[in-house]
Design a protein around this ligand. Structure first.
Ligand SMILES: Nc1ncnc2c1ncn2[C@@H]1O[C@H](COP(=O)(O)OP(=O)(O)OP(=O)(O)O)[C@@H](O)[C@H]1O
Ligand SMILES: [Mg+2]
Length: 230
């Protein structure tokens, strides 16, 4: 582990303003390897923006984001993209996959973009999809069910074995059964593979499975279990 326990995700003093509105007002967050943190909070409070800042897709006004011991703020776009590819995985709400590609190609893509060997990438993608119970032989991506698509999106986020896994309402569009399967997968995989999981969710039963639950409101993160209302 890197010095200061910073092998996972560490966010310090993050400020972000949108016009007159202060969206992030000194956000502090630490997610260690194998730990999981759920973030809840009202719609529009800035949860997705926080994830975008962590991904380096939105530049905060000030503060520090360290991923796997690397400081992201201040990096040039190309370096940022490289750190993102090497150290981070992201699952979006609707499990966006490219319909033109097969499920295996979708999952293999991040590994190919990081310069991975084609055969190894396809082999790993096929293994992951099989492990996660997603049909992948002769199935077009567009034919997958919502839950299967979301599991494929998790596989795609995991193929590079990221130090940090980010998920923005990954179960929001799923029925209860698929929601359980995707949540199981995220929590088990992050624990077993030692990646730091930061999950935004409106679903309190999913949040309850995380090691810690935080609430983003009025620009700051507070611990739900220590304080007001679960
Ligand atoms: N690029 C942008 N330009 C202008 N306003 C934006 C932009 N991105 C986000 N916002 C605004 O910033 C606020 C926070 O948005 P964000 O998507 O982070 O909220 P959220 O907590 O994820 O909400 P939800 O729970 O509905 O997903 C919202 O008021 C949104 O309209
Ligand atoms: Mg959001």
């Amino acid at each position: 582990m890197a010095a200061g326990g910073s092998a996972g995700l560490r966010v310090e003093g993050l400020h972000h303003r949108l016009g007159e509105r202060v969206l992030l007002d000194g956000v502090e967050l630490d997610v260690g390897p194998g730990e999981s943190v759920a973030v809840t909070g009202p719609s529009g409070s800035g949860k997705s923006t926080l994830l975008m800042c962590v991904l380096g897709l939105v530049a905060p006004d000030r503060g520090s984001v360290r991923v796997g011991g690397r400081e992201l703020t201040g990096l040039a776009a190309g370096q940022l993209a490289q750190v993102r590819r090497e150290l981070m995985g992201m699952v979006f709400q609707f499990g966006e996959l490219l319909p033109e590609l097969t499920p295996v190609e979708n999952v293999a893509l991040p590994m190919l973009l990081s310069g991975g060997d084609h055969r190894a990438a396809y082999r790993r993608a096929t293994e992951l999809l099989a492990d996660l119970g997603v049909p992948h032989e002769g199935t077009a991506t567009g034919m997958l069910s919502g839950g299967e698509r979301q599991r494929a999106a998790v596989a795609r986020a995991l193929i590079t074995e990221p130090a940090v896994l980010l998920a923005d309402e990954p179960t929001g569009a799923l029925d209860p059964e698929a929601r359980e399967a995707v949540a199981d997968l995220l929590f088990t995989v992050s624990r077993e593979r030692g990646c730091a999981l930061l999950l935004v969710t409106h679903d309190l039963s999913v949040a309850a499975r995380a090691g810690r639950t935080l609430r983003l409101e009025a620009g700051t993160l507070t611990d739900v279990r220590d304080g007001v209302g679960a």
